[in-house]
Design a protein around this ligand. Structure first.
Ligand SMILES: [Zn+2]
Length: 337
């Protein structure tokens, strides 16, 4: 089994309660970084397990569990964008960019799977992750499958953005929210994982304990570098900074998140006199937000959300980095040096 997080205790119980009468389709929804995929994989394994434990969890010992762990269970399909399924080896071959969407072909390929009876005589399980990655054709193809329920077949849809799913799909799913743990619970968990300064790390990760775990030392040091530059916009050299970020392979989406958090705090300090993501840098944020016009801040935030939509296929990351830093300086009305 994958890791079981303490903050999933309640939702695990609710899932176990469904075991006697499984819905045809289950929707796990909640913010990204709450561990929904691990939860869904564990549940899928438990549904396929041939000797589940008293609490409903998978036994981790039967042949079914063994295949599941080897990612070769004949009655299980994981549907995800190619970009997520990529292994380290195939990433280096960037001749063709992997798809970030779930395609209609991936969903149609399920037809064979759902027409066969289960190899092991039990359930067949399809996990779609993340469900909002389905393009319209794929979503319509899935809808067709959901409209004609097969016996002993379970669809598990996992989504960070249920509002991006077709209402007709939503209405066919048994929906289950998966909440992010409280700040206190997150910090306690990160402490158990031996993370230094868990409160700070958690804020840097946008309050997801799992993303906080994933923050590498290197990424944390790039983040510090960017923060230092944002605090001193008068001295910022956007070209040099963009070059450094590029050489360290910082993802555009990562820089956009850092800037969004920083701008959030600039606005929050101005309007509500408090900061959320950078409690230790409040003085600098205060100094910068003093002369800041709300209009300029909103303009910057809009620019960031547009950049976020396009971040997965920017023309050239370095140019994007430069233009975002330039926009930041412009927001603070600092003339190009
Ligand atoms: Zn088992």
């Amino acid at each position: 089994m994958r890791e079981q997080y303490p903050w999933h205790k309640e939702v695990r119980q609710r899932l176990a309660g469904l075991r006697t009468r499984l819905p045809h389709a289950l929707l796990l929804k909640g913010a990204q970084g709450a561990g929904k995929l691990d939860l869904a994989m564990n549940f899928a394994q438990s549904v396929l397990c041939e000797q589940p434990l008293a609490g409903g969890e998978a036994c981790d010992a039967c042949p079914s569990c063994h295949w599941f762990q080897q990612e070769s269970h004949p009655d299980f399909r994981l549907i995800q964008p190619d970009a997520l399924a990529q292994t380290e080896a195939s990433v280096t071959d960037n001749s063709k960019k992997p798809a970030r969407q779930i395609t209609v072909d991936q969903v149609r390929a399920l037809a064979d799977f759902s027409n066969l009876s289960a190899h092991r005589g039990g359930y067949r399980v399809v996990l779609v992750y993340p469900a909002e990655a389905m393009n319209l054709n794929a979503a319509n193809a899935l809808l067709k499958t959901l409209e004609e329920p097969q016996g002993q077949m379970l669809f598990i849809l996992v989504t960070h953005k249920p509002q991006h799913l077709l209402p007709t799909i939503l209405s066919r799913c048994h929906s289950m929210p998966v909440a992010m743990p409280s700040m206190q619970a997150s910090i306690a968990w990160l402490e158990q994982q031996a993370i230094d300064d868990p409160a700070k790390r958690l804020a840097q990760a946008g309050f997801s304990p799992l993303l906080a775990m994933d923050l590498t030392e290197e990424s944390a040091s790039e983040h510090e570098k960017v923060l230092r530059a944002l605090m001193q916009p008068e001295q910022m050299d956007e070209f040099e900074l963009a070059e450094q970020l590029k050489s360290k392979r910082v993802e555009p989406i990562q820089l956009i998140q850092w800037l969004q958090q920083w701008c959030y705090d600039l606005g929050s300090l101005k309007l509500a006199a408090k900061v959320r993501y950078h409690p230790d840098l409040q003085d600098s944020i205060c100094r910068l937000s003093n002369g800041l016009a709300m209009f300029d801040l909103l303009k910057m935030q809009k620019e960031l959300s547009i950049a976020k939509r396009e971040a997965y296929h920017p023309l050239e990351p370095k140019l994007l980095f430069e233009s975002l830093f330039a926009a930041y300086r412009q927001m603070l009305r600092i003339r190009a040096s």
